[in-house]
Each structure stands twice: as structure tokens, then as C-alpha cells.
Design a protein around this ligand. Sequence first.
Ligand SMILES: Cc1cc2nc3c(=O)[nH]c(=O)nc-3n(C[C@H](O)[C@H](O)[C@H](O)COP(=O)(O)OP(=O)(O)OC[C@H]3O[C@@H](n4cnc5c(N)ncnc54)[C@H](O)[C@@H]3O)c2cc1C
Length: 441
Amino acid sequence: MNDPFPAYAPSEEHELLRATVRELAEDKIAPAAADVDEQSRYPQEALDALTGAGLHAVHIPDAYGGEGADALATVIVIEEVARVCASSSLIPAVNKLGTVPVLLSASEELKKRYLAPVARGEAMFSYALSEAGAGSDAASMKTRAVRDGDSWMLNGTKMWITNAGVSQYYTVMAVTDPDRGANGISAFVVDKDDPGVSFGALEKKLGIKGSPTRPVIFEDARIPADRMIGAEGTGFKTALATLDHTRITIAAQALGIAQGALDYAAGYVKQREQFGQPVASFEGVQFMLADMAMKLEAARQLTYHAAILSEWAMRGERQPGLTFASSAAKCFASDTAMEITTDAVQLLGGYGYVKDYPVERMMRDAKITQIYEGTNQIQRMVMARQLLKGLFSPTDLRFLRPAGPGNGPSGAKSGGLFSRPVCPIKTDYFPSFPDPVLNRC
Ligand SMILES: Cc1cc2nc3c(=O)[nH]c(=O)nc-3n(C[C@H](O)[C@H](O)[C@H](O)COP(=O)(O)OP(=O)(O)OC[C@H]3O[C@@H](n4cnc5c(N)ncnc54)[C@H](O)[C@@H]3O)c2cc1C
């Protein structure tokens, strides 16, 4: 009982960061949000404001010239920007998505070369995994990389790439050995100025209209061999390990969108009068608000928990619960954001349905969080697999101890092989439990 407690509450510094980002977002990003959506234009105001304040890629370690913000601080930045403009929140979020493969698996030389310009705000970084025929089943990708002397020649098309064309750099996953399935996929850093790289037409989307989404096309694109991230054949592993960290940023985006909608609806119902009184005085409306706030807080706790696990993992602590936690956070926060934004539209009545008010934009923006970085059906698959393989036990999230010697998950010693029993699901306290799958473990 001598462990320091609590371990995962945001620190004063985190709360100060939130206040700073909130002020900047409300002053500099919110005023343009409706126009960015209406015109489907890039949120240049947001990029300028975020870069000016050093908030465009806070997660980059100081060793590479970045702010060195932890995963929780990064979540808070994305959350606060998304509260006013979901499109703009993809600036810090996608910079993290594009660079985590480099941080996790690249050589020191690649890290220095490609992270520093992002930290300085001179370049952005996108992540190119999906293809037209390979979405949920990303390992079935067709983009091919063939060795040619000191380079690799890339051919194929990546689809749905966020910030494509705006980003200077891309982490691109391509097949280097078609006979080895997922183990024949490698990751590369691609520069948009590399010969043979071009971009398809912008997608016309339901929401996040300020965030450009378009195909990235490779036609005999020659990429120097030293731009491979990690060893040949490890690209798919790196891609999935990245998502363990970055699904939490999508959860953060969802939290922000939902908070923005809840704040707006709560303010509106206090002012709007029907039957001679503010609609906020009706119990039916109050119950809706209470449910919205309750679900949002649950999503926030799950997301912050996952962010702490992510931070420990980035610092080299083995975190077997991270995959479950990041999928759970992304899935729950995005489903919650969809519900809350829909309810916010409902609370504004007819006014909620028109563009004079921001909640219809928030409802459209929320939808994508249930789809990208793996649909929520895929998140549920991931969670169930983790559970059934015994890699996650709900008790893992009950007590989070500060990182340090001997303070691994569930009190297991960190640094060595994970020492928990292979299958922590126990059903013997429930003798008639009939499930043959669980009992096999
Ligand atoms: C705006 C936008 C931005 C994006 N940004 C990026 C990006 O920057 N980089 C990138 O690489 N990708 C990006 N994506 C791609 C995104 O990650 C994929 O769209 C997503 O993973 C789903 O793939 P899909 O669209 O091919 O759907 P599909 O895989 O075809 O799925 C269709 C439906 O089937 C369901 N389904 C599929 N398999 C299963 C299963 N096994 N069990 C149950 N249900 C299943 C899905 O949940 C979905 O409902 C983006 C997409 C959009 C729309």
C-alpha cells in the first residue's frame, strides 16, 4: 500500500496545457471552423496558430527538437482543438500518426533527418496504409516495392490518405516479398518530392471537410534503400504497433468533438424558451444532458488510461494491455461522440439541423471517428482477440502505477518477459459456465 497514488490523474502541467490550448483554439481556430467546413478548405489559420505555439506535433521528443510532450498531453492538445474544429485537430493527430512508425522502428539517422523538420513546423507527416481493396484487411495490400540497386521502386496507389499533398513526408507500407504475407510488408519514408510520387483528386466527404483526403500514387517511385523503416518485412508489425498508440489520438478527437457539442447544447437549452420557460428546465432535457456528460466522462477516463499505457510503452515498458486499451478508448469514445453529437442536434431542435449552428457540423465530423484507424467493428474484433488470448484482463486498468522499477502492469516486474499467467480469464468460480472457448484456455 506504499505505492504513490493516484497515478494517472492529469498533472497541473497537463491542466495548464489544456487551458492554453483551449484559449488558442477558441481565439484562433473556432472563428474559421464553419467556413473551413463550408468551403471544404484547408484550415490554414489553425496550422499557423498551432505551429506558432509549438502545438502542431507536440509528441516529438526533445532529442529531435520537439516539445517532448507525453501521450496524455498530446491527447489534451488534440481534444481541445477538436472541441472547436475536428478538421484542425488532424494536424497534431496525423503528425503523430505519420511519425510514430519512425519513432518506434527507424534508425537513429532517419529519426534525426525526418523528425526535426516536423518538430520545427517545416513539414508534416502522413501515414499511408490503406488501399482501395485493402481497408480492414490492410495486409492484403498490393502496393509493391522492388529492390533495384541502392533503392526500392514503389508502384501502387494508397487510398484515403489524410493530409496527402499537404504533408511533405509519408510512412508508406508496401509489399517487398509477396510470398510472406504480412511478414513480406516493409515500411518506407517517402518524400512528396520523390520522383514518381503524385496525388489523386480530393475526396468529397460528409465531414472533416477541412482535412484533405486523397490517394497517393506511386509510379516507379525510386526510394533510397536507407529510407526503409526498420528491417525488411517488419513494416506491417510497425503499422499495427503504431495504431496501438494513435487510436488513442482518434479517441481524443472524438472526445473533443463530443465536448464541443455538449458545451454548445448545454448553453443553448438554458437560453431557448418554450412553454414560457427555458427548455433546460424540462426533466426530459436534463436527463439527456446528464447521459451525454456521463458517457463523455467515461470515454475520457478510458482514453486517459490508454494514453498513460501508451506513454509507458513509448518509454520502453512492456504494456500487454495497450492494444486492448487503445481499441477500447477509440471505439467507446467514437461511439459516444456519435451519440452525443446526435443528441446535441436533437436538443437544438430544428436549429440543430441547420448550418447556422455548429452542432450539425460536429455530428457529421463525429462519424469518421467510428471508421478510420480501423472501424469500430475491427476494434471489437481486436478487443475480443486480446481478451481470448489472455493478453488483457480488465484488472489491468484498475490500478495504474507510476513507471519505474518493479511497477509494470498488474505489479509484474517490468523489463523482462511478461510474467502474468497465459490466460487470466478464470471461470471456475462460476462452475456451470458453459462457454467452451473460454474454458479451453
Ligand atoms: C476520411 C478518411 C481518412 C482516412 N485516412 C487514412 C490515412 O491517413 N491513412 C490510411 O492508411 N487510411 C486512412 N483511411 C482509411 C480507413 O482507415 C479505412 O477506410 C478503414 O480502415 C476501413 O476500411 P474500408 O473503408 O476499406 O472498409 P472495409 O474494410 O471495406 O469495411 C466495410 C465494412 O465491413 C466491416 N468489416 C470489414 N471486415 C470486418 C470483419 N472482419 N468483421 C466485421 N466487420 C468487418 C467494416 O467494419 C465496415 O463496416 C481514411 C479513411 C477515411 C474515410
